[in-house]
Design a protein around this ligand. Structure first.
Ligand code: GLN
Length: 245
């Protein structure tokens, strides 16, 4: 089989990298490498305009309110390209601050940070911050999604927007709806840091499968030996559901 390759775009790594979010890129890289899929990562820095030509997977990490406000201008300049990419089935993972920026706006009292309106959702800042370990059941992963959340924002999904999953433990989108994250076409938005993908290999493979499908029309992903990851996931799930974390 001819060599397969995927191009990953990492937006604003120097500013959007809370709680090790860049570890998600390491996982994507390794899981491709182990399967003989060439991985090319392009970092886009603040002030640069991302070129999404040939992009297979876009990653936006989390950031504080301040950092979100800084990147928002650069992101707005890339909005129409991002809209076309998403509508065309482009794969995108956004965590926490990055997730909030997928929506229409992030409102902090008087101040409103405009979002990309890639997904019909909006966020406003509430009190207290929603902090702690989190566990979510999602149709994109056989194992429960486990991780850590820390956000002031409360995210509200528009009618008909699917959540990433339901909260088993923790707060999720707003601490009330019982829903966590969003799933729109091949876009995953989530509050789960950890980083997300090392703790949840099923989510990593869902993203890779969608990217391969889109580029090559098929997604035969060779299974990997995830014994250690799955055991860690199981132990964490047990702790979170028995309240012993
Ligand atoms: N600034 C956002 C909030 O506090 C996102 C924080 C984060 O990315 N962890 O809601």
């Amino acid at each position: 089989m001819a060599e397969r390759r995927l191009r990953v775009i990492h937006l604003y790594p120097e500013l959007l990298n809370l709680y090790g979010d860049s570890g998600n890129i390491l996982v994507l890289r390794k899981r491709m490498e182990w399967r003989g899929i060439a991985c090319h990562v392009d970092e886009v820095h603040v002030g640069e305009l991302p070129s999404l030509a040939g992009a297979d997977l876009v990653f936006i990490g989390g950031g504080s309110d301040r950092e979100q406000t800084i990147v928002c201008e650069s992101l707005q300049a890339a909005r129409s390209e991002l809209v076309s990419y998403v509508e065309d089935g482009g794969v995108l993972l956004a965590v926490c601050g990055g997730y909030q920026l997928l929506g229409h706006s992030y409102t902090m009292g008087e101040q409103e940070v405009p979002g990309l309106s890639l997904v019909d959702l909006y966020t406003d800042r509430g009190s207290p911050r929603l902090i702690g370990n989190v566990c979510v059941r999602s149709r994109i992963s056989k194992q429960p999604i486990v991780g850590y959340e820390n956000h002031g924002g409360r995210t509200h999904l528009g009618d008909g927007v699917e959540s990433l999953g339901t909260v088993v433990r923790g707060y999720g989108n707003d601490g009330q709806s019982g829903e966590e994250g969003c799933l729109y076409k091949n876009v995953v938005g989530t509050y789960v840091h950890g980083p997300l993908l090392p703790k949840n290999p099923g989510v990593a493979d869902w993203l890779l499968a969608r990217a391969l499908e889109r580029r090559y029309g098929q997604c035969d992903l060779v299974p990997l030996d995830d014994a250690e990851e799955l055991e860690a996931n199981r132990v964490m799930y047990e702790r979170l559901t028995t309240g012993t974390d």
